[in-house]
Design a protein around this ligand. Structure first.
Ligand SMILES: Nc1ncnc2c1ncn2[C@@H]1O[C@H](COP(=O)(O)OP(=O)(O)O)[C@@H](O)[C@H]1O
Ligand SMILES: [Mg+2]
Length: 477
């Protein structure tokens, strides 16, 4: 039906075509068949006008051409993809700081990034020497790749000794090469990444040095620690020995002072009796000499008393005897005791004590001893002017403030703390001008501490000194 209508001359006239396509059905399997129909109108004088048609099966041809078209389209897409892929690859390769070289199956370089170019290609304005370094690099690399190509390894890691063409410095690199194989199993390329090992080597060296230094330090610390432990042990033993020795010394001094004091007191007693004429009238020259014996004896007694006091304080054998007493009386007593010295010194001793000074509760004997010491120092170290003893109460702090101020030789700032040390005298030369043991102030400060008070000095060299004793007005019993 389809064929006959196609073949009618009317259809040919209508379409005017001489070549057409005709879709028919294969009666065998029902599949589509494409035919090309070529028709020509023929004029014959015998048979009249007719149509000659030739049918050609073009089913396979058409299919083939469609396939070619499809393949061509796919190829274009693949090409575009490959381009994009290669651009991307280039971008990656260029953005990597490590040199990357891509070599083909024959060992020829097909791609390298900028860091690799610097190593393997001769740059503009490079010297002959630099060119030689680049060539040497190239030779090393080529032999590495050649080794890779002949081996069956898919991947190879090795070290290549290159040179930095800019500086000529040795540049050991770690080369990691991998083979790229096509789907048919043939080698298409070798990609090699080079990694500059200088920094890592430098770091490893530094680390090694650091480790050595730290090991050394540790060894030293261990040695020092052991040494310190040994020293400590030694010191501990020495401290025990010293403590024992000091205790023995204090004990000895206390005993000896006592032994000295008894006969000395007897001697002073007899001298004073002689001076009073108990044994008969004495001549003036003898009186003078007896006077010397007495004053020297008293001096010796003070020294012995000081040694005895410090020993007793150190041995912890100086008990507190707290009582309530009036301060002005105590000061008058001190002044009276030192009267002979005051007379001899020709200095004025002034008292500055308010009339209504209330009594205090503390160890009277110890306060007296402190004031006695301070006043005798003031008299000893003052050549002109005078000494003022003052006392007042600080109501807010509930303290008694006693001070002895002189216009004497003064004490340099650097010495103002040292004078409170045991046996410390600022003039300790053999020809020193002032007598004494250097124990007085040390005893005073310790006594003040026993009374919960403090002793301080204010002084100006050449102008004078003021020693101030601060005590709680009601000491603990
Ligand atoms: N009022 C003072 N003026 C100047 N120097 C003083 C005064 N009091 C003490 N010193 C100095 O402090 C030292 C120690 O005094 P001290 O302990 O009483 O010992 P000593 O009176 O036996 O020398 C004295 O040797 C002296 O150098
Ligand atoms: Mg003294």
């Amino acid at each position: 039906m389809l064929l006959s209508s196609a073949l009618s001359s009317k259809a040919i006239e209508e379409t005017g075509a001489t070549r057409r396509e005709l879709l028919l059905v294969n009666p065998g399997d029902g599949s589509d068949l494409l035919f090309e129909l070529l028709s020509t109108v023929t004029e014959d004088s015998r048979h009249g006008t007719g149509v000659v048609s030739v049918l050609r099966n073009v089913t396979d041809l058409r299919r083939a051409s469609e396939e070619i078209e499809e393949n061509y389209r796919r190829l274009r897409i693949a090409e575009a993809q490959a381009h994009a892929e290669s651009d991307r690859l280039n971008l990656i390769i260029d953005s990597v700081a490590d040199p990357i070289v891509v070599t083909d199956a024959g060992g020829a370089t097909s791609l390298m990034n900028e860091p690799a170019e610097r190593l393997f290609t001769i740059q503009q304005r490079s010297s002959a020497l630099q060119e030689r370094w680049v060539q040497a690099n190239d030779a090393h690399f080529t032999s590495f790749i050649a080794g890779m190509l002949v081996s069956a390894d898919q991947r190879r890691v090795g070290e290549i000794g290159l040179m930095d063409p800019r500086t000529g410095q040795a540049m050991p690199v770690e080369a990691i090469a991998g083979k790229i194989v096509s789907e048919h199993g043939e080698l298409t390329a070798v990609v090699t990444i080079l990694h500059d090992r200088r920094e890592a080597i430098e770091k490893a060296k530094l680390y090694e040095q650091l480790k050595q230094a730290s090991d050394e330090l540790e060894r030293k610390i261990q040695a020092a620690t052991a040494d310190i432990a040994q020293q400590n042990e030694l010191l501990r033993r020495q401290a025990i020995e010293l403590e024992q020795a000091s205790e023995l010394k204090s004990q000895f001094l206390a005993n000896m002072s006592h032994e000295f004091r008894t006969p000395l007191n007897a001697m002073l007693g007899y001298t004073s009796m002689l001076l009073q004429g108990v044994a008969g009238k004495i001549e003036q020259p003898v009186r003078r000499q007896l006077g010397r014996i007495e004053s020297n004896g008293r001096h010796l007694l003070t020294i012995i008393n000081e040694i005895l006091d410090i020993s007793r304080i150190e041995a912890g054998r100086m008990p507190l005897q707290v009582s309530r007493f009036a301060v002005p009386e105590l000061i008058s007593e001190v002044k009276a005791e030192l009267e002979p010295i005051i007379m001899r010194s020709k200095l004025s001793v002034t008292l500055d004590i308010p009339k209504d000074l209330k009594p205090v509760v503390t160890d009277r004997q110890k306060v007296k001893q402190i004031v006695l010491n301070l006043l005798s120092n003031a008299l000893k170290f003052t050549h002109q002017g005078g000494v003022t003893i003052s006392a007042r109460r600080n109501g807010g702090e509930r303290t008694l403030i006693l001070s002895v101020a002189d216009s004497g030789i003064g004490i340099a700032p650097a010495d103002q703390e040292r004078i409170f040390e045991d046996f410390r005298q600022l003039d300790n030369s053999p020809t020193r001008a002032y007598g004494g043991t250097g124990l007085g102030l040390s005893i005073c400060r310790r006594l003040a501490q026993m009374l919960d008070g403090r002793l301080a000095v204010h002084s100006q060299l050449g102008k004078g000194s003021t020693f101030t004793l601060t005590l709680p007005i009601k000491g603990r019993r």
